[in-house]
Unconditional design. Structure first.
Length: 278
């Protein structure tokens, strides 16, 4: 496994790779969710590149950029047994240079879900993913379904900019008790870790109601809101039952819907979602 710290080093490695290349972009501090993306890439692509980069532009003021968990040695030791070919571990200055004036923004997303609650977040994600796709030039890039709006934004950017890459979405990986894996779970105290189960419980309840025939978007949202409201440590940012592509809230679920939520447990903001589909 080779490690590239600069854009030039990454490009030099890439030029040597024959066959198809899969990229798994991450913020680092890897968990089983990331490793499941790596394994999916390993199955489909001849070469696998993982990027670990805590991207400053996707964190808003007052968010956790400064304290985001960071342990490159740990990441490398998790990636080595997975048959990864290259890890791209750039410093901030490699990706964002003085005088950078170009950003990528997918219009129409800023007043929805994460876009509405984290100003600038999606622009930061689209910009860094565009940069990584240009640097690594993969045939496929792998993303987790947990960041559902990020996936919508990345797919839209790839389509609109005619980028020659296939975006592959993989299911959310969960702890045995249902909590969606996230690097931010390390922030949770034992009591908060317990309280955090309210996210997956609310989504499971939405799935059950949907399976029982409920198709009214507002009733599904209200039931999730009420369940979150019963957890004293939880503070709700949003619940949503939305169209899977436009992310507009649905009055009536006719085909599939994305049920998603963002909840603060103490100082930790967690997101999760499920697809409701008959
Ligand atoms: O999902 C993430 O880990 C990040 O948002 C990504 C896609 C690596 C961009 O920084």
């Amino acid at each position: 496994m080779e490690v590239a710290a600069t854009v030039e080093e990454m490009r030099a490695l890439r030029r040597r790779f024959e066959g198809s290349v899969g990229l798994v972009p991450t913020l680092g501090f890897l968990h089983e969710g990331h490793l499941s993306l790596v394994r999916a890439a390993r199955q489909r692509d001849d070469r696998v590149v993982v990027s670990c980069f805590v991207n400053p532009t996707q964190f808003g003021p007052g968010e956790d950029y400064e304290r985001y968990p960071h342990d490159p040695e740990r990441d490398l030791s998790l990636l080595r047994p997975e048959g990864v070919d290259a890890v791209f571990l750039p410093a901030k200055e490699e990706i964002y240079r003085d005088g950078d004036a170009t950003f990528v923004e997918v219009a129409g997303m800023d007043d929805l879900l994460e876009g509405a609650h984290r100003p600038g977040h999606l622009r930061g994600v689209a910009t860094v993913v565009a940069k990584l796709l240009h640097i690594v030039q993969p045939h496929r890039a792998y993303f987790g379904q947990k960041d559902a709006q990020q996936l919508v934004v990345v797919r839209r950017m790839v389509r609109d900019l005619h980028l020659d890459v296939e975006i592959v979405a993989r299911p959310t990986v969960r702890e045995p008790d249902g909590l969606a894996m996230s690097s931010r779970n390390v922030y949770l105290s034992p009591q908060e870790r317990e309280a955090a189960l309210v996210l997956s419980k609310a989504l499971r309840q939405a799935e059950q109601r949907f399976a029982g025939g409920e198709r009214d978007g507002e009733r599904l949202r209200t039931a999730m809101r009420e369940l979150i409201g019963q957890e004293p440590l939880a503070q709700l940012d949003y619940v949503s039952v939305a169209d899977v592509e436009t992310l507009q809230e649905l009055e009536l679920v006719e085909g599939a819907a994305l049920a998603s939520l963002a909840v603060r447990i103490g100082r930790t903001r967690l997101i999760d979602n499920v697809i409701l589909q008959s």
